[in-house]
Design a protein around this ligand. Structure first.
Ligand SMILES: [Zn+2]
Length: 260
C-alpha cells in the first residue's frame, strides 16, 4: 500500500473516534490496577522495535507474571540488513526476560530501501490482526494513539486506528479494555520525528518508580536497561540516551488513554 493510501485510510478511520474523546474519565490508577490484578496484555504496533515507546507497561506486567504478547506488523526481515542483527538480539533478550510471546506478523515491504510501502491490502492486515487478538483473547489491548504518532507516513497512527476499529467488532467477551499510548510527558517519544498532536488528557499514568522484588530494582531502572539493549539498533534512541541529563529529566511515568 502506498503512503498516500495509508494516510487516507488513517484519516478516514481516525475521524470515527474524535467524537468519543471528550467523554473519557480520568483514572490514574486503572492500568496499574489491571497489572496488579493479573490482566493479560497484548501490545499491537507497526514495526519490530516499536516497543521502545512505552516498554515500562510491558516490563511491569511481565514482572507480575501476567501474559504479555507483543505483536508487530512488519517483518523484521524487511528492515535494513544492518539493523536486523542488533534488533533481533534486543528482541530475543526482551522476549526471554519479560514476554509470553513476541509475534511478528511478517508483512514484508515492497520497497527494500524504504519504510513506508506495505505489501498487504488493508483487509489482509485487518484479518491478521483480528486473528491474533481472537486467538489469545487478551484482557487489555495497548496500541498507538490514532490521533498521535503522526510520523513516517502515519504508520503508527494507522495501526492504532485499525486496531481500535477491530477492537470495536471483536467476537469474544468480556470485551478487552483498549488503551492508546499518549505522548504527553513521556521522554524519547518526543523526538523530532515523532510529533504529537494529542488533544486529550491521559486517563492512566503508570508510575515506574516502584521497586520490584522480582526484578530487584525499580521498573524505571529495568526500562533504562531495556532501552540500552534496543539502542544498539535504534540510532535515535542511542542519541537520546547519550544526551547529558536526558534520563534524569523525565518523570518516570508512562501515559495512556483508555478509549471507550
Ligand atoms: Zn515504528
Amino acid at each position: 500500500m502506498k503512503k498516500a493510501t495509508i494516510l487516507m485510510a488513517y484519516l478516514a478511520i481516525s475521524a470515527c473516534f474524535v467524537g468519543a474523546v471528550g467523554s473519557a474519565k480520568a483514572d490514574a490508577g486503572e492500568l496499574q490496577n489491571d497489572i496488579n490484578t493479573g490482566k493479560s496484555i497484548m501490545w499491537l504496533m507497526t514495526h519490530p522495535d516499536d516497543e521502545i515507546f512505552s516498554p515500562g507497561v510491558l516490563i511491569e506486567a511481565g514482572a507480575h507474571g501476567n501474559n504479555v504478547w507483543v505483536v508487530n506488523l512488519i517483518s523484521i526481515y524487511s528492515i535494513p540488513p544492518a539493523a536486523q542483527h542488533a534488533r533481533r538480539q534486543a528482541i530475543n533478550w526482551f522476549r526471554g526476560k519479560y514476554l509470553t510471546q513476541y509475534i511478528n506478523l511478517n508483512m514484508t515491504r515492497d520497497d527494500p530501501e524504504g519504510w513506508h510501502h506495505y505489501s498487504w491490502s488493508n483487509a489482509t492486515i485487518r484479518a491478521h490482526i483480528k486473528g491474533v487478538i481472537e486467538s489469545r483473547k487478551p484482557d487489555v489491548i495497548v496500541t498507538s494513539s490514532p490521533m498521535g504518532f503522526i510520523d513516517h507516513g502515519a504508520e503508527h497512527a494507522f495501526i492504532g486506528s485499525l486496531v481500535t476499529s477491530i477492537w470495536a467488532n471483536l467476537s469474544y467477551s468480556p470485551k478487552p479494555k483498549i488503551y492508546w499510548i499518549v505522548n504527553t510527558g513521556q521522554v524519547f517519544i518526543f523526538s523530532n520525528d515523532h510529533l504529537e498532536n494529542e488533544s486529550y488528557p491521559p486517563t492512566a499514568a503508570l508510575n515506574l518508580n516502584a521497586h520490584s522484588s522480582v526484578l530487584n530494582r525499580t521498573y524505571w531502572q529495568a526500562k533504562v536497561e531495556f532501552w540500552f539493549h534496543y539502542a544498539q539498533s535504534v540510532p535515535p534512541l542511542l542519541i537520546y540516551l547519550q544526551t547529558p541529563g536526558a534520563l534524569a529529566s523525565n518523570d518516570h511515568k508512562e501515559y495512556f488513554f483508555r478509549y471507550q
